[in-house]
Write a protein that binds this ligand. Structure first.
Ligand code: NDP
Length: 262
């Protein structure tokens, strides 16, 4: 698997929302898959309550658990300062903005509060987290990727936004009879635009930015009817992320590497 080889050459990865679901699976797969990055920074808003993550960290010395509530600017800045201490020389190679919420509401039940809460976590937070970690991403990008390569890759520096096919404008047309995801769909659609804007702004630094849909997965959010297990989704998603190149900068892909329509 190309992703396996490539993650080995990635010095550090930071994941938000690593307490459970896909974030926890990303940390577990990175730590135990035989292609482990040098340092895996697993962040969670309440690390003391994230028992499975703590157990995993006790088994793998390259997992570093750090508190990060993505909707708190104070928490973001504190986490960025801690990670700067942890990665003093090489900076951060790969930031995975995974934390997310799914608030369901249809046209009749949607409220301003539900829209704003979902936007804060799913759209605004990935942008604010990326801004706070930019000095570390720049530091990694300036060193170059494997062998000092100047090509864009997660081995150099990258921002990966975990988005959703539900955020696709083109695919969300007359597909559903019961349209109950106003906050979630709108927030992921806007996250795609944030990814695209960041791709423009960070290109000069050599930082790859893209959005990826992990598939419909059996987590607390995805529910038990979803076709994919977290292991299946993340093994494939990490393989795609591990193999990203310049041509994927600014893209919206799914977990198999297929290009998705905006
Ligand atoms: P879960 O609901 O299972 O887990 C969500 C994670 O996000 C938890 O770790 C949660 O932490 C964390 N989180 C939520 N709010 C915050 C916050 N303010 N600060 C820090 N962490 C926070 O969801 P999934 O694992 O399924 O989803 C992960 C990502 O994948 C999301 O962005 C989601 O939109 C996306 N996705 C998921 C799909 C699926 O089918 N599962 C499909 C497409 C996209 P805590 O434990 O503290 O609540």
């Amino acid at each position: 698997m190309s992703g396996a080889v490539n993650f080995k050459e990635c010095g550090s990865v930071l994941v938000t929302g690593a307490s459970r679901g896909l974030g926890l699976q990303i940390v577990e797969s990175l730590a135990s898959g035989g292609f482990s990055p040098g340092k895996i920074v697993a962040t969670a808003r309440n690390p003391e309550r994230a028992q499975k993550l703590q157990e995993l960290a006790s088994k793998h010395s390259n997992i570093h658990v750090i508190a990060l509530d993505v909707v708190s600017q104070e928490s973001i800045e504190k986490a960025a300062a801690e990670v700067t201490q942890l990665l003093p020389e090489h900076g951060l190679n790969c930031l995975i903005n995974n934390a997310g919420i799914s608030v369901s509401a249809d046209f009749n039940t949607v409220t301003a509060e539900k829209m704003i809460e979902t936007f804060h976590t799913n759209t605004v937070a990935p942008l604010m987290v990326t801004k706070a970690f930019l000095p570390l991403l720049r530091q990694a990008a300036s060193r170059g990727g494997a062998g000092g390569s100047r090509s864009m890759s997660i081995q150099r520096a990258a921002v990966i936004n975990i988005s959703s096919v539900l955020g696709s404008l083109e695919l969300n047309w007359k597909a559903e009879t019961f349209n109950k995801w106003y906050p979630y769909k709108a927030s992921k659609c806007a996250l795609n635009m944030v990814s695209r804007c960041m791709a423009l702004d960070l290109e000069a630094d050599g930082i790859l930015c893209m959005a990826i849909h992990p598939g419909w997965v059996r987590t607390d959010m995805g529910g038990c009817e979803a076709p994919l297990s977290p292991e299946e989704s993340i093994s494939s998603t990490l393989s795609v992320i591990g193999g990203l190149t310049e041509k994927d900068h600014g893209s919206f892909l799914d977990y198999t590497g297929e290009v998705l329509p905006w």
